[in-house]
Design a protein around this ligand. Structure first.
Ligand code: TXE
Length: 480
């Protein structure tokens, strides 16, 4: 199957005529081909978006909202088809696609279709003198670039607020997981989204992605992906004074105090470590446990990690599927080797698995726990982004905070304690954009989402996203 770009409301092949292989990570086999787009395709997409902008941006909020709702309804009605496509493309367990990825993609459109109807702006009244009010106007054409770990989920998390705010979009999904973005283009046609409002250009980051970032008429870039890529994008976009939202990597700590609810802490730590094969920027990859419960917690964690089932992602009984690509599998395996060289002990997992049958060549790795590394070890500092966590004991609250904050990243963290004062005290001191107390990934789409330090700049979610995708213009009116 040959996927197509979605430009000016129609599905078209790439300008170059060249296609890239798309591999099913659970089999290691090519199963479709994606457009190898370049600056020509991006140019056509920008022109289509500019042509659509005057009408889309002036359409009533109610009408715009209805179109986005129709897209949400169609995603919902095609849940099974989209979940299957997501799993084949990314290797993730089908239960994850069914219960997390696709429901959330639908929710993203529904949420922003509603949010735009409630989006207001400030006004300041200086009695007897003047009134200031702020207009929030769409930017024009904006670029959205998303990664492979939560393909449709993160793609729509950017596109939905951009469109809701009245912008026209040129978007690029990851070349590793293009399928559901392609299916989304068909859904947009079915939903009656006007031509050119959303344009989807497939292809490589360094080529199609770079062309989006470099395009002088694209006013803002919303990007989720690796920190190294984020830095490259900032280097190009910042001197052009584009608005930038960068949601980058994480090396998130789980702080588990001795007074926690043990069962909840352990069950959630299993999820936060290995959900989606650990390929979620919010996964907790550094687990710190207070000394009195350290051994008990560690042993139980090993037991439950060993009980996780890794296998054919299309079979419902499997908790973990395949890693997204051969390159990524090798990167994660490289970190396991490094962990040993750094003096760590692999307590369980970390083996390349041969599932057999048609999955014999798939990129399967058993979930791993590493103990005995210093906080400065690279495996405790760098984002591994696979089913690999480290576990480390701590004594005091102050030590826990120091360990947690001791990396270049600052995306998310979890705190496990029954002491409400401690929970709030620790939350205040953590260098992170998101702190979960006694839970993980409990998401409310109204909240600000993003990181500090090397985890990025800007916030997504709720009105923050609508503010990002609009320009504030203050109007000052003097009383006559
Ligand atoms: O992502 P990239 P990669 C982390 C994770 C992973 C590492 C590298 O640690 O191992 O990043 O992953 C596009 N201009 N995360 O290389 O390259 C690319 O085509 C414009 C964390 O797969 O960041 C894709 O659409 N675009 C993470 C998107 O950027 C460019 C999610 C992300 O790809 C580009 C994914 C360029 N120069 C990886 N180069 C998270 N935090 O959620 C690439 N792209």
């Amino acid at each position: 199957m040959f996927l197509k770009n979605f430009i000016d409301g129609v599905l078209v092949p790439p300008y170059s005529g060249v296609h890239l292989d798309n591999v099913n990570p659970a089999t290691g086999k090519i199963y479709s081909y994606i457009p190898d787009s370049d600056e020509h395709d991006v140019q056509l997409a920008v022109e289509a978006a500019e042509k659509a902008f005057p009408t889309w941006s002036k359409m009533s909020i109610d009408e715009r909202s209805r179109v986005l709702m129709r897209i949400a309804d169609l995603i919902e009605s095609k849940l099974e088809e989209l979940a299957l496509a997501e799993t084949i493309d990314s290797g993730k367990a089908i239960s994850t696609s069914r219960t997390v990825d696709i429901p959330r993609a639908q929710a993203n459109f529904r949420f922003f279709a509603n949010a735009i109807t409630q989006f207001g702006s400030e006004s300041y009244h200086a009695a007897g003198e003047a009134i200031n009010y702020t207009l929030r106007q769409p930017l024009g054409v904006v670029g959205c670039i998303s990664p492979w770990n939560l393909p449709l989920y993160l793609f729509t998390w950017k596109i939905a607020p951009a469109l809701a705010a009245g912008n026209c979009v040129v978007a690029k999904p990851s070349e590793l997981t293009p399928m559901t973005a392609f299916l989304l283009s068909q859904i947009c046609i079915e939903a009656g989204l006007p031509a050119g409002v959303l344009n989807i250009v497939h292809g490589l980051g360094g080529k199609a992605g770079q062309a989006i970032v470099e395009h002088s008429r694209i006013k803002a870039i919303s990007f989720t992906g690796g920190t190294v890529t984020g830095r490259k994008i900032a280097q190009v976009a910042a001197p052009m004074f584009k608005k930038l939202s960068l949601e980058l990597g994480g090396k998130n700590p789980n702080l588990i105090f001795a007074d926690c609810n043990f069962e909840e802490a352990i069950a959630t730590t299993i999820r936060s470590s290995f959900a989606n094969n650990g390929q979620i920027c919010l996964c907790g990859s550094r687990v710190y446990v207070q000394v009195p419960i350290y051994e008990r917690f560690r042993d139980e964690l090993i037991k439950r990690t060993n009980a996780l089932k890794t296998g054919n992602p299309l079979e419902e009984q499997h908790d973990l599927g395949a890693l997204v690509s051969k390159g990524h599998l090798e990167k994660v395996q490289g970190y396991l080797e490094l962990a040993k060289a750094e003096g760590g002990t692999i307590l369980c997992g970390g083996e390349r698995l041969n599932i057999g049958g048609e999955n014999a060549e798939g990129y399967f790795l058993s979930p791993a726990i590493i103990e005995g590394l210093s906080n400065e070890a690279r495996c405790n500092q760098e984002e591994i982004f696979g089913p690999v966590i480290t576990i480390t004991p701590f004594d005091t609250e102050a030590e826990a905070i120091e360990l947690a904050n001791g990396t270049g990243y600052g995306l998310a963290s979890t705190v496990w304690t029954q002491d409400i004062s401690r929970a709030n005290r620790v939350a205040e001191q953590l260098q992170a954009g998101i702190v979960w107390i006694n839970c993980w990934m409990l998401r409310d789409l109204r909240t600000p989402f993003g990181g500090v330090k090397n985890s990025g700049v800007g916030r997504e979610g709720g009105f923050e996203a609508l503010r990002f995708f609009t320009e504030a213009k203050n109007v000052c009116v003097k009383y006559g």
